[in-house]
Design a protein around this ligand. Sequence first.
Ligand code: ZN
Length: 93
Amino acid sequence: MRAHDKWMKKIEAEYEVHECPKLPAAGVEVIFDTQLHQSRGTWRLSIYREANEEDLEANHYLENIGDLLWSKSVEIAFCPYCGKDLYDGACHR
Ligand SMILES: [Zn+2]
């Protein structure tokens, strides 16, 4: 198995979404996943922006509403919206 395939399999196996009742309707997600160059999964706050109709008119490289314009993520231990301890009290270091 190639290194990339191994990495993809690992990501699929470890990917998890925190289903949060207080999460804003769009643009943010709390996910557990494995980043490049990380040996293990971490909980992350993922912030992203998807293309809307105006973006499509302004930028002809974009094809569909909902295309990802950019995203950033930061490692977190607690959900910033509902306060849940995402590692359930476990040490994550
Ligand atoms: Zn939450």
